[in-house]
Design a protein around this ligand. Sequence first.
Ligand SMILES: [Zn+2]
Length: 76
Amino acid sequence: MTIENAIELGLAGVILYCRKCHREGAVSFDALALPRATPVPEIARARRLVCSGCGGRSVASLPDWAAYTAPGAGQE
Ligand SMILES: [Zn+2]
């Protein structure tokens, strides 16, 4: 999945997760300012993100499904 795909699906951003200290946080695609062809799993590497908690570089980026609502979901 690329950022483009994720936006088309209605996602607004990703969850960044530190594999070392398990810190995590949500960040929007707007804030990342990456090319839309960037694969979502490559976001942390593309931005050379480091964990704000432990300074580790083993940061994973996952689609932020928590903020996702399917079109029409929950509506009659
Ligand atoms: Zn960390």
